[in-house]
Design a protein around this ligand. Structure first.
Ligand SMILES: Cc1cc2nc3c(=O)[nH]c(=O)nc-3n(C[C@H](O)[C@H](O)[C@H](O)COP(=O)(O)O)c2cc1C
Length: 331
């Protein structure tokens, strides 16, 4: 199926960026690290992928710098998503990310985590539009690459006015807006409101990316029809399915379909992911890998019992043996 969608061009502040794919991988804290991105990239060579959200203040203090290092060594475009409420920290972090090879800077205005919102970052900016606009404007002036925003429909239903907020952020210099069709109060409850995204798309001149509840190619088509968005961002659907962004993209582009991998292939992907994490982080990699193993090892009879057993294995060696045994037992 070839959908009539065009590439997205962002002028930047002198450094133009072209999104060759309109299907984006969302930032996912604790998930979209360099190793996960490498897997996603295998099926989605041109898609814009994001770092996990990065605390701008921490970067200043020297923590979390590994999240924005050596981005230019990765294949394909990587956006760095920053959060904080302190202007100078955001400016410094954006410059650091730009120097490291970020394709663009995204400002997080949707994170519901209390620890972050209580201090004024993430979704708290939905209640402080002046600061939200100032952050966009100052960060945009500080870097040459485009600055974008990822946000929700509002803090709560009563105060939700995503069209006015979108227009304000656009005027402040945001070059693209990604909208998760839920309010902060909703968290992940209910359904992503793609119609509300359509209202924003109609009002704004900058590209609007629809986000929320896109788990397969059918959802993608429906979301595009309803929202008329310029592109789509995939979040939870990619957990355990790093091929999903590429699969949806090739469907929309009318290319050779990418089939869901069979169970044996899924297990091999899980094994590869584990081994990469162990290589990069030593035994600590096992702790990070467990959630991925649980998400990826599905789709065969007894898979949930197997995944439970797998995540209880105490050592990397034991985990790898269990995976290999299961892989060899499947046709
Ligand atoms: C585990 C997890 C981590 C997330 N981390 C981030 C993040 O770092 N930055 C962000 O903007 N959104 C984050 N989100 C929200 C997603 O990017 C996305 O907006 C949301 O899950 C809705 O899309 P979906 O229905 O496709 O998952 C996270 C969501 C989950 C489930």
């Amino acid at each position: 199926m070839k959908k009539n969608i065009s590439k997205i061009t962002l002028p930047g502040n002198g450094t133009k960026r072209v999104l060759k794919s309109v299907v984006l991988q969302s930032p996912l804290a604790g998930v979209t690290d360099q190793i996960f991105r490498k897997l996603v990239r295998r099926w989605a060579p041109e898609s814009l992928l994001f770092t996990e959200m990065v605390n701008a203040r921490s970067l200043e203090l020297g923590y979390g710098r590994n999240k924005v290092e050596e981005l230019s060594k990765e294949k394909g475009p990587i956006g760095v998503q920053l959060f904080d409420f302190r202007l100078q920290s955001m400016i410094d972090a954006a410059k650091r990310a730009e120097d490291a090879g970020a394709f663009l800077i995204d400002i997080n205005m949707g994170c519901p985590v209390k620890k972050i919102a209580k201090k004024g970052g993430g979704s708290a900016l939905l209640k402080n539009w002046n600061l939200a606009a100032e952050l966009v404007s100052e960060v945009s002036n500080a870097v040459k690459i485009p600055v974008t925003v990822k946000t929700r429909l509002g803090w709560c239903e009563k105060s939700s006015d995503p069209v006015s907020l979108g227009l304000l952020l656009q005027d402040a210099g945001a070059q693209l807006l990604t909208l998760h069709g839920r309010t902060r109060k909703q968290g992940f409850a209910g359904k992503s409101n793609w119609l509300a995204i359509a209202e924003v798309k109609k009002a704004l001149g900058i590209p609007v990316i629809a986000n929320g509840d896109i788990k397969n190619s059918n959802d993608a088509i429906n979301c595009l029809k309803i929202s008329n968005a310029d592109g789509l961002m995939i979040g939870r659907g990619s957990l355990g399915s790093p091929w999903l962004v590429g699969q949806i993209n090739s469907f929309l582009e009318g290319q050779e379909p990418i089939k869901d991998p069979d169970p044996k292939t899924r297990l091999n992907i899980a094994l590869e992911h584990l081994q990469e994490l162990l290589k990069a982080k030593g035994d600590h990699g096992l702790l990070i890998a467990r959630k991925h193993l649980k998400w990826t090892c599905t789709g065969f009879s007894g898979s949930s019992a197997f995944a439970n057993c797998l995540v209880k294995a105490k050592t990397p060696h034991e985990t790898i043996s269990l995976l290999n045994q299961k892989i060899n037992s499947l046709n």
